[in-house]
Write a protein that binds this ligand. Structure first.
Ligand code: ADP
Length: 310
């Protein structure tokens, strides 16, 4: 069986707070799956249940077809980064990794490989107490990679990374998926997953709102509109409408055309001798697609609401 995470019908309450309310999804190998939703949607709780750190009131979570607690060498099945702050401040990153590796029968050589992979370099010998959040994230990613697992699960790995770190993390996650691994990455910001995720599990209030490929989501939100710039607006409108297009003016010299592909628009205008400057197919951003999808879900907010300052 290919390595996956399977979550089915998870329910979990903390006192009167419903954290999980029927959370269900499957993480596929060879893909980066974005696990998105506002703060409080239940992402971290789901991840803790997957690792056996929280017990659900109802439902199951399987890693490689088994509950985490039943895995004989868990780090060789799944690597996880849940809380980058969970470090001994007096211990260096390298010692932290050596300690983890020894407890699992892994070699010093493996420790140095993951230090290299995570871009920790010489900082790995400094005490972890002085690390920035970005360095802690890299150390957490290095620890998750120790057992060379086919499944990676990272909770908000972009938090605290500088722009260079974000570029690195995106490429790193893509390379893990390209190697055939199943990668689950949570984020409360959809924009962080642009050009990174192949698939999305969108959550709100403890359950899944949408489970879709990024390509499908963007295609659905983009529609099939073509944007066109031309000095001869009315001439262009006539030609395109006659060919069956629906044409709307969006600016003084800009038209938005529906029902005709961009190549056809170019051919029609060229044949009719109508001058034009620019033709582009509209492609929605992931953020736009997300807004579109969640527009009617009133309970859902794309961004956490800022606390009002008195
Ligand atoms: P997310 O990771 O999507 O931000 P969480 O899983 O952290 O969401 O939280 C889901 C809900 O459960 C929130 O309302 C949160 O306050 C609550 N919650 C999570 N862990 C605990 C806990 N240990 N005790 C009480 N409430 C908790």
């Amino acid at each position: 069986m290919e390595a996956t995470i399977e979550v089915a019908g998870l329910h979990k309450r903390f006192g009167s707070t419903v954290a999980l309310d029927g959370m269900s999804f499957v993480v596929q190998p060879g893909k980066v799956t974005g696990f998105v939703g506002p703060n409080g949607a239940g992402k971290s709780t789901t991840m803790r249940v997957i690792l056996g750190l929280d017990t659900p009131d109802q439902g199951t979570a399987l890693v490689d077809g088994q509950p985490y607690a039943k895995l004989r060498r868990p780090l060789s099945h799944i690597g996880a980064l849940l809380d980058a702050g969970a470090l001994q401040p007096g211990r260096s990153a390298r010692n932290h990794l050596l300690w983890l590796a020894h407890s699992q029968g892994m070699t010093v050589q493996r420790v140095d490989e993951v230090i290299e992979q995570a871009g920790l370099g010489t900082a790995a010998r400094r005490k972890a107490g002085g690390y920035s959040l970005g360095m802690r994230q890299r150390l957490g990613i290095a620890a998750a990679m120790l057992g060379d697992p086919p499944i990676l699960m990272l909770d908000e790995p972009f938090n605290g990374l500088d722009p260079e770190g974000i570029v690195w993390a995106r490429a790193f996650l893509r390379s893990l998926a390209a190697q055939g691994r199943a990668v689950l990455v949570s984020s409360h910001l959809m924009s962080e997953l642009q050009d990174t995720a192949d698939h999305l599990v969108v959550t709100g209030r403890g359950r899944v709102i949408a489970d879709t490929s990024v390509a499908e989501l963007i295609a659905a939100a983009s529609g099939d509109r073509v944007t066109l710039r031309t000095r001869e607006r009315s001439q262009a409108m006539t030609v395109l409408a006659q060919a069956g297009g629906t044409v709307a003016t969006t600016d003084r010299d800009t038209l938005s055309v529906g029902g005709l592909p961009a190549e056809r628009v170019v051919t029609l205008l060229t044949e009719a001798g109508v001058p034009f400057a620019e033709v582009s197919a509209h492609r929605a951003s992931l953020e736009e697609a997300y807004m579109e999808m969640t527009r009617d879900a009133v309970e859902f907010r794309a961004q956490p609401v800022q606390e009002a300052t008195p």
